[in-house]
Ligand binder design. Sequence first.
Ligand code: IDP
Ligand code: MG
Length: 150
Amino acid sequence: MAIERTFAMIKPDGVQRGLIGEIVSRFEAKGIKIIGMKFMNVSQELAEKHYAVHKERPFYKGLVGFITSGPVVAMVLEGEEVIKVARSLMGATNPVDGKPGEIRFDLSSHIGRNLIHGSDGAETAKSEIALWFGDDLVDWERSEDQWVFE
Ligand code: IDP
Ligand code: MG
């Protein structure tokens, strides 16, 4: 078993479109455990740190402007190989390249409004969890775990 943690965030388009429940329910239905969740506005400083890797890209400024344009839902997810699994549930970066069943394909239509962010690897997951949550995570026993994990 490789129980991992990852960072995910419902972007402002997902919040504005009333898709928080729909998106969270897909993680829950998969058996992923939520150990951190907050509804928050994103400061310019946090947005710039979060997307620092894209600083030189042409879409960087628009991306930071978008992510600071309204509240987001930041989450820390835990589960079996959850970094990869959460990315698979989210789907292709560009929703038109995805497949039915993926959050981005099913619910969005444009790369700049693709609803959700997810850490892309173990290092990113660690640094993004630290950036967004620090140690502010919830340690809890989930009664259904015996039915999700062997
Ligand atoms: P990811 O979100 O699937 O990890 P990244 O390449 O890390 O994709 O890009 C971060 C975000 O930047 C994407 O989710 C998308 O919203 C936005 N983005 C990426 N490429 C483009 C582009 O070519 N035009 C506009 N926005 C882009
Ligand atoms: Mg990325």
